[in-house]
Write a protein that binds this ligand. Structure first.
Ligand SMILES: O=C(O)[C@@H](CO)OP(=O)(O)O
Ligand SMILES: [Mg+2]
Length: 423
């Protein structure tokens, strides 16, 4: 395939900040577009977004330079060349940028082109994206709904960032989505009954004025029951404390507490006995590698331990972490690394080591649903895309409904097995 044209456009993300959308056209037909998300609680070692120096009229820093890099550097280098596959295109992107963290052209510029190319290639073949990426993909991921927001994603006093409901015990993806939405509404009624705010955070989850993570966990369990589901059978819990956010001078400071790494691990162990928790992401800071090793030894057989900031979807950082016995699952965020090929490589490295995979959105999102198809193509068995409300979150969840319907009898819902462990 030969690339005929690549255009980029500065658009706004779900927080009203600039990001970019790339459209790539192939010679002889086939066009694809992709929009790039943006995180707020970013890991230290994520690939660098290209942002302009000055805050623009949107209040956030623009991506005009990233747009120019797509149109003036990347497009001329790719146009007219014949490519046989995605890996070749991504290799040229890496070569053009030639920095370890994509800071020259910007991981946002590279990813936009990389994903748009995948879409264009699928369109040319007349295939749905998930099928084009992996021919017999048929595993529908368990959706993890972030229904209570804290940390960097909300202005409430809750230090832990994400409290997710995981309807892993439902029979199909569509039933899981329905359960998530019903629990979300039940939670709203519960909060209203208690006179608490139902305003929402960046990912569409509620952000009431609570401070203690245990209060949030209790609310989740009550909401599941109120919606008529069984906690620990139909619906489970996943957490993303995003512990970098409350790590101060070697201690974890939240809700009036100051805990050592070992004490926080003990607290998590206690919660595993009290709440139906299936998954714990970034339970400790990325800097606290000894703590991570201890956490993994202590709880890794009982619960999924996901590395997000810890691994930043980077195959090399993941390899180091695996060698040190850190975590047992990888959070997959394409924009942390910058190309589709490297995202696959990270996922494959994780799989090879027996680590599980959770596909993930960013807190700043667009209506692009690429990660829904990618989750199916990779067979991650898990996806988190925020609350079951707000368009940019539902773009992914609703896309998965279409995929499940289109796969028909071949569709399989990953269910509880996707999380391993005993919980
Ligand atoms: O920490 C996370 O997992 C993400 C997505 O939920 O947040 P952000 O995109 O702000 O890094
Ligand atoms: Mg995270």
């Amino acid at each position: 395939m030969k690339i005929q044209e690549i255009r980029a456009l500065e658009i706004l993300d779900s927080r009203g900040f600039p990001t970019l959308k790339v459209t790539l056209t192939l010679e002889g037909g086939g066009q694809g577009s992709a929009s790039v998300p943006s995180g707020k609680s970013t890991g230290e070692y994520e690939a660098a977004e290209r942002r302009d120096g000055e805050a623009g009229r949107h209040g956030g820093k623009g991506v005009r330079q990233a747009v120019r890099n797509v149109e003036e550097v990347i497009a001329p280098a790719l146009m007219g060349q014949a490519f046989t596959d995605q890996a070749q295109i991504d290799a040229v992107l890496l070569h053009l940028d030639a920095t370890p963290n994509k800071s020259r052209l910007g991981a946002n510029a590279l990813l936009g082109v990389s994903l748009a190319a995948a879409r264009a290639a699928a369109a040319r073949r007349g295939l749905p994206l998930h099928t084009a990426l992996h021919a017999d993909a048929h595993l529908l991921p368990v959706p993890c709904f972030n229904v209570l927001n804290g940390g960097a994603h909300a202005d409430n006093p809750l230090a832990f960032q994400e409290f997710m409901l995981v309807p892993a015990g439902r029979p199909t993806y569509a039933e899981a989505l329905r359960a998530g939405a019903e629990c979300y509404h039940a939670l709203a009624r519960l909060l209203e009954d208690r006179g608490m705010s139902v305003s929402v955070g960046d990912e569409g989850g509620f952000a009431p004025q609570i401070e203690q993570p245990e209060d949030a966990l209790d609310l989740l369990v009550r909401a599941v029951e109120r919606a008529g589901y069984h906690p620990g059978e139909d619906v489970f819990i996943a957490l993303d404390p995003a512990a970098n956010g409350f790590y101060r001078d070697g201690r974890y400071v939240f809700g009036g507490r100051s805990l050592s790494s070992a004490q926080l691990t003990d607290l998590y162990r206690d919660w595993l006995g009290r709440y139906p928790i299936l998954s714990l992401e970034d339970g400790l800071s990325e800097e606290d590698r000894d703590g991570w090793a201890h956490l993994t030894r202590a709880l890794g057989r009982r619960v999924q331990l996901v590395g997000d900031d810890l691994f930043v979807t980077n195959p090399e950082r993941l390899r180091q972490g695996i060698a040190q016995g850190l975590a047992n699952a990888l959070l997959v965020k394409p924009n942390q690394i910058g190309t589709l090929t490297e995202t696959w490589a990270a996922a494959q490295t994780a799989r090879g080591a027996g680590y599980r995979l959770m596909m993930s959105h960013r807190s700043g999102e667009t209506d692009d649903s690429f990660i829904a198809d990618l989750a199916v193509a990779m067979g991650t068995g898990q996806i988190k895309s925020g609350a079951p409300a707000r368009g940019e979150r539902l773009a992914k969840y609703n896309r998965l409904l279409e995929i499940e319907r289109d796969l028909g009898d071949r569709a399989r819902f990953a269910g509880r097995a996707a999380f391993g462990g005993e919980a």
